[in-house]
Design a protein around this ligand. Structure first.
Ligand SMILES: Cc1cc2nc3c(=O)[nH]c(=O)nc-3n(C[C@H](O)[C@H](O)[C@H](O)COP(=O)(O)O)c2cc1C
Length: 326
């Protein structure tokens, strides 16, 4: 195996937080709860991330928001990602996140969703570099753990990541993650890791590259550009084995249905611990299609599984459909 594919297995550090390898689980709203994070860790991800958590929700004392950022020891090292646009509120939320077990606090500066952007948070912060830097500085002076930010290439056709990156580094950011698409691209269009490489050249701190990594060659290419680590998001949906494949440098391949079903059961068990049975059953619905995609489940089965009363019922339907022996 070439040096560049084995590089992903080497440890790195974010301001003293040791990460066992260069594989980071990407934050995904509505998806990367504790069960998902524990799964990513079981398959080898060195660093885990919560989904974005509202700083206002934290400071208002919203119970569900508090749950979203509570970490268990098995998840460390892990990042709590916060969104918001007020330095004092973000700093207060960061203090709570640190108390909830965060090893790193990340500021979301990449979310392009309207309801977030219109509050001045998410990618809107990329348009106000002064405010973005003040938020990072306020958090850095409020907590002992490192502060990072996750940015995009820029917005409104302008690539501003390198200049913003320098400002955030000066303000105290210990690392940056970049999803190198413009805000207006959403999740579509080309991911341009040339921008990641440009950012790497501008900064002393580690840069984590997010976007389009699906196989060892893709991860190796990004690391070869100088990024300290790769983040993996959508490609791991229904395919947690990808984390192990990336670390081993083996081509991602389809696992037998029995193994997939067993993993779905394991994931569901963690969802039940996290949310209780009823909410776990509902949460499971969005995952059926992802897990069964390689088996050409078709929308008919996926819809039927989504309508099923419980995971147990869904598992019986899957076994029947594919004539899997018990
Ligand atoms: C459903 C979904 C939710 C996401 N939520 C977040 C989020 O809460 N915070 C964040 O920084 N990025 C979020 N992202 C962006 C991902 O972290 C990642 O940067 C992006 O999907 C590109 O990487 P990928 O090609 O590996 O998926 C989300 C992406 C998806 C698909």
């Amino acid at each position: 195996m070439s040096d560049i594919t084995s590089h992903i297995r080497e440890p790195f550090s974010i301001a003293g937080v040791c990460v066992a390898n260069r594989l980071v689980q990407a934050p995904m709203a509505g998806i990367t709860g504790r069960a998902f994070r524990l799964q990513a860790r079981r398959f080898g991800a060195g660093l885990l991330c919560t989904e974005m958590v509202s700083s206002y929700g934290v400071t208002f004392g919203n119970g569900r928001t508090a749950d979203m950022m509570t970490l268990t020891p098995a998840e460390n090292p892990a990042v709590v990602q916060l969104f918001g646009n007020k330095p004092d509120v973000m700093a207060e939320a960061a203090v709570a996140a640190e108390a909830a077990g965060a090893d790193i606090i990340d500021v979301n500066m990449g979310c392009p969703v309207r309801k977030v952007v219109k509050t001045g948070a998410g990618v809107a912060l990329m348009e106000d570099e002064e405010l973005a830097a003040r938020i990072v500085a306020a958090i850095a002076s409020a907590v002992a753990v490192p502060v990072t930010a996750k940015i995009r290439s820029g917005l409104r056709g302008r690539v501003t990541a390198p200049s913003l990156g320098r400002r955030l580094e000066e303000a105290g950011a210990a690392a940056l993650a970049i999803h190198p698409r413009l805000a207006e691209q959403g999740r579509g269009g080309k991911v341009d890791h040339a921008v990641t490489n440009l950012l790497v050249k501008q900064l002393e701190i580690p840069v984590i590259a997010s976007g389009g990594v699906q196989d060892p060659a893709g991860a190796a290419a990004v690391l070869a550009g100088g990024a300290s680590a790769v983040m993996v998001g959508q490609a791991a949906l229904g395919n947690p084995w990808l984390f192990a494949d990336l670390l081993a440098g083996t081509e991602p391949h389809r696992r037998p249905l029995a193994e997939v079903l067993a993993e779905m059961g394991r994931f569901y068990t963690d969802l039940v611990v996290e949310h209780g049975k009823e909410r776990a059953g509902r949460a499971m619905r969005k995952f059926y299609g992802w897990y069964l995609k390689p088996f050409k489940s078709g929308t008919g089965l996926t819809e039927a599984l989504r309508r099923s009363g419980s995971f147990e019922e869904a598992a019986v339907m899957i076994r029947e459909k594919y004539q899997l022996n018990y």
